[in-house]
Design a protein around this ligand. Sequence first.
Ligand SMILES: Nc1nc2c(ncn2[C@@H]2O[C@H](COP(=O)(O)OP(=O)(O)OP(=O)(O)O)[C@@H](O)[C@H]2O)c(=O)[nH]1
Ligand SMILES: [Mg+2]
Length: 441
Amino acid sequence: MFDGISKRFDTILKNLRGLGKITDENIEHTSREIRKALLEADVNFHVAKEFVNNVKDLAKGTKVFDSIKPGEQFISIIHKEMIKTLGESNSKLDLPLRLNLIMLIGTQGSGKTTTASKLAFRLKNDDKKVLLVAADTYRPGAIDQLKTLGKQINTTVYSDETNDPVKICTNALVKAKNENFDVIIYDTAGRLNVDGEMMLEIQNLKDKLSPNEIFYIADSMTGQDVISSIKTFDEAIKLTGVIMTKLDGDARGGSILSIRSVTNVPIKFVGISEKYDGLQVFNAKQIADRILGFGDILSLVDRVEKVMKEEDAVKLEERLASNTFDFNDFRTQIHQMRQMGSMTDLIGMIPGISRKIRSLSFDENQIIWTEAIINSMTPYERSKPEILNASRKKRIALGSGRSVFEVNTLLKKFFEMKKMMKKMNLNKTKFSTKKLLRNFR
Ligand SMILES: Nc1nc2c(ncn2[C@@H]2O[C@H](COP(=O)(O)OP(=O)(O)OP(=O)(O)O)[C@@H](O)[C@H]2O)c(=O)[nH]1
Ligand SMILES: [Mg+2]
C-alpha cells in the first residue's frame, strides 16, 4: 500500500537529507515536489494545497536551520504536518451503556460485513458479549455470509424472516436486552450510490435505535468519491467515525489523507486483511511513517506478538542469557518467523531501512533450507551440535537435500552467534524481548 506516494517521498526526503543548508529555494522546490506527490496519490486538491502551505510556512519560520542536520529538521516538519492532516488517533469505542449499539454503513462491497466480524472479534477479546445483526435483506447471501463469519469467531448472529431491516434491528434489540448482551453490531446493506431510499432507511434506523456509534466503512481503494459520500452521510445522520478498509491493497493513500480535513469525521480503525483479526486501531503516526518510508514498528510488534507468546519470549531470553540456546530453540524461532510472513514484508517494517534494501528481494528459500537442515538433525544433535562429526554432517546434508558445505556454514554461523551472545551477556547488555515489546506499546 501507498507504494507510489511512498516512493515519491523517499526521493524528496533523500534530497533533503543531503542538504547542508536549507535555502528559500530548497523550500520552494521541496514544496512543489510534495504537492506533486500528494496530487498523484489522489489527495484532495485543497488538502494538498493546505498541506504544502503549512509546510512552507513552518519551514520558512524555522530560523535555526543551521543545526547539524537541517534536512532532518525539515523532514520532521513534513512528518508532523502529515500526522496532523491524518487527524488525531482516538479510537476508543464509545460504549458507556449496559447495552451499546454500533451501526455500520457504507456503499456496496466496502467491507461492512467483514468489518462487523472484525469488530465483534475485538470486542469479544475484551470480554464483551456481542450480538451481530444481519440487517442486509437486499443482497442474496448477505445473511449467510455474516452467519459464516459469526461461526468462525464464535459469536451469535441474529437474523429473521421479516425481510424488513428496521424490524430485524428492533427484534435484535429485544433479544439483546433479554439475554444480557453488551454490544450489538448492525451490519446494514450497501448500495451503489447514496440514493434517497437508502438514506431514508438509514435515518429511520438511526431514529429507532439511537446507536452509540455510527461508523462509515470506507474502501481505501475507491479514491476521492468516498469523501463526498462520507460528507453526505455525515450531514444526514452524523457519523461518529470512519473505518478505512483494504489498506493492505494498493491504495494510493489519497482518501486516507483527505478524510479528516475535508469531512472532520475521525478515522477510528483500519482494515489490513480479509481475516477477522485484520483490524488495527487507527494511528496517524503509524500511517505517516509508512507513507514517508520510516518503517512500521507497530505492525512488526503486532505480528511478533501474534505468534510469540510472552512466556515463550521469557523462556527464550533465559536460554539466551544462560547461553544454553541450541538448535531446538533456533528451529522454533525459524518456525515462528515464517508464521509472521515473508522476510521481505518484515524487513519493510523495520524503521531506518532504506528503500534500496527494502526493494531487494530476499531469498525466502534460505530460511526454508536452514529449517530443512535443522529438521534433519536428531533432537540430541540439535541440543549438542558440537557432536556433529563428518559422518553425521553427511547424513544431515543428505536428509535435507543440501550440501555438507551448507551444513558447515550454518554450524559456523550458529557457533559465532553463540559466541556473540556470550559476549553480550558478559557485558550485561541483556537482550529482553519482553522489555522491547513493552517499549513499543
Ligand atoms: N484485503 C482486504 N479485503 C477486505 C478488507 N475488508 C473487506 N475485504 C474484502 O472485501 C470484500 C467485500 O467485503 P464485505 O465485507 O462483503 O463488504 P460489504 O460492504 O459487506 O459488501 P455488501 O454487503 O455487498 O455491500 C470481501 O471480499 C472482503 O473479504 C480488508 O481490510 N482487506
Ligand atoms: Mg455486507
